[in-house]
Every structure is written in structure tokens, then in C-alpha cells.
Design a protein around this ligand. Sequence first.
Ligand SMILES: [Fe+2]
Ligand SMILES: [Fe+2]
Length: 206
Amino acid sequence: MTDALLRPQDIPLWQAARPYLDVRNNDEHTLVAYGLAKSLMALTPEAEADIVLPAILLHDVGWKKIDPDLLLLAIGKNPTRKDLVRDHEVYGVQIARDILTAHGARDMDIPAILAIIDGHDTVKDAHSINDAIVKDADKGWRATAHGMRIIRSWYDWTVSEYIDAIEKVSLPFMLTDAGRAMAQGFVASIKAEQQLDTYMTGGLHA
Ligand SMILES: [Fe+2]
Ligand SMILES: [Fe+2]
């Protein structure tokens, strides 16, 4: 049987976050990134799950406050509204503070979680290993088959164009060895899949 994705204590946070994540596939992105964060934490014993996992669940709740018509201008290959990326972090901190106060465990380190949400996109380096794992899980998602399917549907990019963008705007900014290996592995699998026909049609001989 497959293990449950969410820890029991994270389910109330997820339920409270959902109304804020129903824009631009942020709900699906959040759940898959949560799974990536769990796998990165398994390789990083010093990371703190009670900070990393609530942070990844709530990191993008602020997009809900941004005009939906402008969302795609804030990201992509040549973003023209990068100011909105900062705005979603600021709104995200406000919303996440309310959610954590209402639904988080009593001993939760809310300031540490909010410090990760604040700057998760606009600050490229990390101020802690917890921050680095959240950032690598968030950006690493773009390299997954799921991230590729979702993001390509917004921009109408070919797989090659997509991989090109990931290699330029995501892979160089991975912060942990585990995150880098994970994202490079996802990209390698997509690139290999692109070449299957070349080797499977019987036309090539050693
Ligand atoms: Fe974000
Ligand atoms: Fe995100």
C-alpha cells in the first residue's frame, strides 16, 4: 500500500490552505512539492520536518491575492511582472501566519516557517538547511513530469523548449546536493525519453 503523502498533523494546514491554492494549479504543485521535500529530508537528517513541511504546504498561498490575468506575466522565460513574485511572498506570509496560528501545533516555530515563505522565490540563496530544502522542493517540481505537463499547458512550449528553460532558470539555482541530483535526474529522464525512438527503431547500429 502507498504511504499517505501528508502527515496527519499537516492535514488541517492543507485544508485551510486549499481555498488559497486553487489558482494556477498551485494545489497540485504544493502536494507534489511536499512529496519532494519529504524525500529530500530523508537525505538531510539535520532538517526539521516541523518547519519544512508546513512551509512547503503554505509557501504559495499568496498567489490567490494576485490578479489571475497577470499570473503568467510574473513567471516564465521572460517575466515582465517580477514585482508580483515579491507580492505573492508578502501576501503569503500574512495568510500563512493566520493559518498557522489557527491550525498549527502549539509549539510550532511560526517565525521560522514565515521566514522561509518570505523570500522563497525572490531570494536565491538559503538562510538555513530548512529554507534550502523548501526552495529545492519548490524549484525541483518544475523538473518533474508533473511540473512539465502543467507548465507546458500554460505557455504552449515544446518539450525541448521546456527542458531548455529548466536548465537555464531552475537547475543552476538548486541549493543542496540532494536537490540538484534529484532535479538533474528528472531532467535526464525526460531527455532520455525524448530520444527513445532514435534507439528503439532499429536504425542505429554500433
Ligand atoms: Fe512561490
Ligand atoms: Fe511554489
